[in-house]
Design a protein around this ligand. Structure first.
Ligand code: GTP
Length: 741
């Protein structure tokens, strides 16, 4: 990718346009900015839709083709090869005098953390659906994520050209499965059994594309829109549908009801001016009361321009949504780093959302999460894999900051340490929860679930050791859901959320960064949990340079019902008077030993590690405190009789009824528990759960037994004890060491 970034592989160079737009961006008011995401199930057409948006906005001169692997938005080699979006690519373009900062989010379940991070910084989203499938498994996940983050949404029913596309059924599935109140703003226009445009209910217009022109020369730029007339066939249908929109709004807001009752009429027909209607649709969308629904086919270039109009008209601008922390900073700078990628020329590119103030080039900033100062060298606006230096990122917008050394994804960045101090004081006056980990004056980070897969990675020769270490540090800074740990074989363990997640990292290391490395097979991240409470007291003696040092440690291990370790190491009782540095050194020893595991060598979880006592003489080396605490932890964990547990996944398979038998057979073979099987709208859904170890190659097995006519959604649901017979298998495979390929 790095060579690609330098060369600027995009076949289209748009620097002059970019320059004009980015200069304009600085003068923009917040109300002219839309920070939006595109979210959906894999393959619904997010990337194709985005490419069309760029094309119609004039940003690119030729549309990319996802199937030919030459889109602007999917720009990593691994993305182009696989035809899927892996990293969220952010991009800015203009539509109707507004600056749209758009983030294309990945659809695969392994990258849901990436989606969550994007949702934090967005003000609104376009949810893209495949109109022949309606709501799909991953849509439900991203929808829940958007609900959690209160992100207002527009639904775009894409692929209306496909055989089996069904507007009404898709809307029904949004209502029933996502429990969303849909507001239909368009009706599909079909001629000679072909989808060719939309009936716009707000403006009462027929918008029609010439199917012979769309795919070839015009690329869908040319379309005709005519006002609907009372003698048109579609008139009464559209009037009824428009009335239903107004009624839905009237149920929400009394003012709409009054306006509707008292407003002007033309003969028998009650009028409700389009501009007023738009204002109320916008309000209902931002209040998260309704989800406006539009339709089209991005591949055939129909319906994308009205979608862009809807983004500008109905999705919120940055100042529509006031986040509580903004009140503490007045007009001082506060921003959030939501993504990091590395570039050879600029180094770490930190994508930020500026909530208040301006983020200027050559300025000094403060990072309260890392308690450190940072220097900004330059500030960039982004065009997929091309960047344009700009002087500042204005309030409410998204851009890239260069020069930051310690900031990682999820950190808050503010103007200065003193500005943060003032904000923290103000925030604490309003909150009694001073004991929580993070101050209300910083933005809450995205929680990262426990990784369920890992694989070993070892440099092929000494020449690649340092580059590999640097590459892994860089990748885990970019994506904190990738864990990197040194293993006992001189290499590293790479932990991630799924097989694809780890495959992508390995691809980047080998192909994009050119590092020769030996890679172990993908393994399940088992864990060990203590089964009983133990208390251990031990004293350690060492002679160091003729001086005798001893450290006494007393530690208790308590089983707890949580998928993590709770470390209780603080100054109390017999630890009173022990220096904070010694307590910290003991905490490190306990943590390190928990990571090493006990009987099986897998990290511990479900344990509260309580330091009951620590006796340390003056001048005792801190390293000795760490190893004493580690040894005491080892003894305590052995006595706590740790049990091996494994991650379990919820499985959701959607298919047609005819494919049910082979799928159920595959699930039974893998000892899955079938929870439910139901059919709605001719789509059969099977929900089940199984151990991750049992379903490692489930996706490819499913594809082969159903000829690809299946949709699979997996999500980690928890942990369960490993059955006795498999425990032996695991022990045997572990004693065989790591096999690299
Ligand atoms: N028939 C039809 N196919 C479409 C349409 N839009 C996209 N496609 C096809 O659907 C497939 C997936 O499109 P993408 O744009 O990559 O979908 P995506 O949602 O970005 O997929 P991920 O990045 O993998 O999450 C490609 O083969 C597209 O050509 C459409 O309107 N009609």
């Amino acid at each position: 990718m790095w060579q690609r970034l330098l060369r600027g592989v995009c076949s289209i160079s748009c620097k002059p346009i970019a320059q004009r737009w980015f200069t304009k961006q600085i003068r923009l008011a917040s109300s002219d900015i839309r920070n939006i995401g595109i979210m959906a199930h894999i393959d619904a057409g997010k990337t194709t839709t985005t490419e069309r948006m760029l094309f119609y906005s004039g940003y690119i001169k030729r549309m990319g083709d996802i199937d030919a692997g030459n889109t602007v938005m999917d720009y990593l080699d691994s993305e182009r090869a696989r035809g899927i979006t892996v990293q969220s690519a952010a991009i800015s373009f203009n539509w109707d005098d507004c600056l749209i900062n758009l983030i294309d989010t990945p659809g695969h379940v392994d990258f849901t953390i990436e989606v969550e991070r994007s949702l934090r910084v967005l003000d609104g989203a376009v949810a893209v659906f495949d109109a022949s499938r309606g709501v799909e498994a991953q849509t439900r996940t991203v929808w829940r994520q958007a609900n959690r983050n209160n992100v207002p949404r527009i639904a775009f029913l894409n692929k209306m050209d496909k055989e089996g596309a069904n507007f009404a059924a898709s809307v029904k599935s949004i209502q029933s499965q996502l429990k969303a109140k849909t507001l239909l703003l368009q009706v599909p226009l079909v001629k000679e059994d072909q989808f060719c445009g939309v009936l716009d209910l707000i403006n009462m217009k027929k918008i029609e594309w010439d199917m012979n022109m769309t795919v070839s020369n015009s690329g869908g730029r040319d379309f005709v829109h005519n006002a609907l007339q009372p003698n048109d066939n579609e008139w009464s249908l559209c009037m009824k549908a428009r009335e239903s929109v107004i009624e839905q709004l009237a149920e929400l807001y009394d003012e709409v009801a009054n306006e509707w009752l008292d407003g002007p009429t033309a003969g028998e027909v009650k009028l409700f001016p389009a501009e007023i209607l738009k204002t109320w649709i916008r309000k209902a969308t931002i209040d998260n009361h309704v989800v406006p629904v539009l339709c089209g086919t991005s591949l055939k270039n129909i319906g994308v321009q009205p979608l862009l109009d809807a983004v500008v008209n109905f999705l919120p601008h940055p100042t529509d949504i006031i986040h509580p922390f903004m009140n503490y900073y007045s007009n001082n700078l506060v921003a959030m780093a939501f993504k990091i990628i590395h570039d050879k020329r600029y180094g770490a590119l930190v994508f930020v959302r500026v909530y208040s103030g301006k983020l200027k080039a050559k300025s000094k900033l403060y990072n309260p999460n890392k308690s450190c100062r940072e220097s900004v060298s330059s500030v960039l606006a982004v065009y997929a894999d091309e960047y344009q230096e700009v002087g500042e990122i204005p309030q409410g917008s998204i851009g890239i900051v260069c020069g930051l050394k310690q900031t990682v994804t999820g950190d808050t960045i503010v103007e200065s340490e003193s500005a943060y101090g003032e904000a923290k004081l103000k925030a604490e006056k309003h909150h009694d929860d001073r004991n929580t980990d993070s101050s209300p004056a910083v933005l809450a980070a995205v929680p990262i679930p426990e990784p369920v897969f890992f694989r070993s990675i070892l440099a092929d020769s000494m020449k690649y050791e340092e580059p590999l270490e640097k590459a892994l540090a860089m990748i885990s800074r970019e994506d904190p859901s990738i864990g990197v740990k040194a293993n006992d074989h001189g290499g590293f363990l790479l932990c991630g959320m799924g097989e694809l997640h780890l495959d992508i990292v390995v691809d980047r290391i080998r192909k994009e960064l050119g590092i020769k490395a030996l890679i172990g097979e993908v393994r399940v991240a088992y864990r060990e949990i203590p089964t009983c409470r133990t208390t251990v007291e031990e004293t350690f003696e060492r002679n160091i340079q003729g001086r005798k040092h001893d450290v006494a440690v007393s530690l208790q291990v308590n089983p707890v019902d949580e998928n993590r370790i709770i470390s209780d190491v603080k100054s109390f009782g017999t630890t009173t008077g022990v220096s904070p540095q010694a307590l910290q050194a003991a905490a490190i020893g306990i943590h390190q030993e928990c990571q090493r595991g006990s009987r099986y060598g897998f990290p511990i979880m479900g344990a509260k590690m309580k330091l009951l006592g620590l006796t340390v003489k003056r001048n005792c080396p801190l390293g000795l405190v760490t190893s004493a605490a580690a040894k005491c932890t080892r003894t305590a964990l052995l006595q706590a009789d740790c049990q091996l547990v494994e991650p379990v996944m919820n499985i959701e398979v959607t298919t047609t009824e005819s494919q049910l038998s082979p799928i159920l057979a595959e699930l039974t073979k893998r000892h899955a528990t079938i929870k439910d099987v139901y059919t709605t709208d001719q789509i059969t859904t099977i929900s089940a759960s199984a151990a991750v170890a049992e379903i490692k190659d489930f996706a490819s097995a499913l594809r082969s037994v159903t000829s690809g006519n299946v949709d699979l959604h997996l999500q980690v649901s928890g942990y369960q004890n490993v059955p006795q017979e498999r425990q032996h298998e695991i022990e045997n495979s572990l004693s065989g060491g790591i096999s690299y390929s």
